[in-house]
Design a protein around this ligand. Sequence first.
Ligand SMILES: O=P(O)(O)OC[C@H]1O[C@](O)(CO)[C@@H](O)[C@@H]1O
Length: 463
Amino acid sequence: MNQALRFDYSHACEFIAQHDWDQLAAEVCRAHTQLHLGTGPGSEFRGWLDLPIQLCQPERERIRQAADKIRADSDVLIVIGIGGSYLGAKAALEMLGHHFNNRLPAGRRSGPEIYFVGNNVSSVYLVHLLELLEGKNVSLNVVSKSGTTMEPAIAFRLFRDWMVKKYGQEQARTRIYATTDRKKGALRQLADREGYASFVIPDDVGGRYSILTPVGLLPMAAGGIDIDELLQGAACARERFASPDLDQNPCYQYAAVRNLFYRQGKLIEILVSYEPRFRFFGEWWKQLFAESEGKGGKGLFPVAAEYSADLHSIGQYLQDGQRHLFETVLSVQKSEVDVTIADDPDNLDGLQYLAGKGMEYVRARVLRGAILAHTDGGVPNLLVEIPRMTAYHFGELIYFFEKACAISGYLLGVNPFDQPGVEAYKTNMFALLGRPGFEKRKAELEARIDGNDKNLSDRSGDS
Ligand SMILES: O=P(O)(O)OC[C@H]1O[C@](O)(CO)[C@@H](O)[C@@H]1O
C-alpha cells in the first residue's frame, strides 16, 4: 500500500477565520458541481479529469512500443514543443531522473539523452544542440496540439531537415513521432502525409492539462519512467480527491485556502521546494495556474523558488518585504539517499555540532525553520508533501494540482480552461514578422514603435 500525498495547512490556520472557511465550503461545493456536471465555463475541456483511467491498454502499448524503439535505436530523443506540450514531460524526467546523467536512480534502465527544443527563440540554443548531435542517432517527437505554434514549428522545420539529410527521407520518417490533434491542424496533415507514427491529444484536453496524454507519456516512457505506475498514482488521486466536502478533500482545501488568501490581498503564490529536481515541476505548475486563473483582471501570480538557494536571495523580501504573498512548500518526506556531514575536530566553521548528522536532517530543519520564520513574518505557509520521489507520487501530484486549479478557477469566477490573453502577443508577433493578412496591424505597430523611439530621443535631447 502506497502512502499518499499530504496537504497541511496547519501553519496557515491563524490566517483563516472559521466563518470564511464555512462560506468557502459552500462555494467549493458549487465549484465541484460545476466541474463534475460540466455546468461551468470551459466545460468542453474537462477530459483530463478521467485521463488516469481512460488511456486504454492498446494505446499504452503503442506508447510503450514507440518508446522501446526509441530506446533501442537512438542515443538522443529530441522533443519539440512549448508550454503544455513540453513542461510536464520535462518536469517528470527531471524529478525522477539523475541530476547529471540520463539514468534513472537506483540501477534502473538508462535511456537516450532527451533534449527539449522549440520552446524559445534562441539561435544559440539551436546551434548548440545541433553541435551536440554530431555522430549520434536521433529520434524526434514533435508535440503541438494546434500544429501552428510558431516556436515548435520553426524548430521542426530545422530538425526535420537535419533528419532527412542524415538518414534520407524514408528512414527519417521512421524516426519522427508526431503528437497532435486527432483530425485538425498542420501537424496532423503532415504526419498523415509523411506516414509518421502519431499519437492523439484528445479534443477535450487543453495543452496545460495534457501531461497524462501521449504528450507527456511518450517522452517519459522513452526516458524509462514507468507510465503505468505514474497513471496509477493519478488514478488513486482521482478517487481520493473526488469528495465535494471541503473537510474531506485535501485538494479542495488547497484550492480554498489559496482563494481565501487572494481575497485577503495576497496576490502572489510562491511554490518553493528544497529539491533542485523539482525545478521544472515549478515551471509546469506556473503555466497551469497562470493560464488558468490570470484573466479578467483577476488571479494570483504564481512564481516558483528553489530553497535553500533562494533563501539567500529573495529570503530578505519574503521575511520582511511587502506582505502580499504566501508560500506553498512542495516537499518529499524521505529522500532515497542521505549524506553524512563530515567530522572536523578543528571546527573552524563552527559546524562540529552537525558532524555525523545527515543532510536530510539539515533539510528537514531548514524547511521547518523557514516555514515558522515566514509565518511569523506574516507570510502564510502551506505544505504539499509526497512520501517519496516516485512515478506514483508524481502522478498524484499532477492530479492534485490540476484538480485544485480547476476548482480554484471556478472559485475565482473565471474559465480555468481558456487562455485568451496569450493571443495578444501572438497577433503582434505575427504582424511584425510580416504574416500575410496582418498588414494593417503591422503598420499600426511600426508607427507606435517609431513614435516611442522618437519620444525617447526627444527626452534624452538627441537631435
Ligand atoms: O500544443 P500547442 O498548440 O503548440 O500549444 C502550446 C502552448 O501554447 C499555448 O497555447 C499558449 O501559447 C499554451 O496554452 C500551450 O500549452
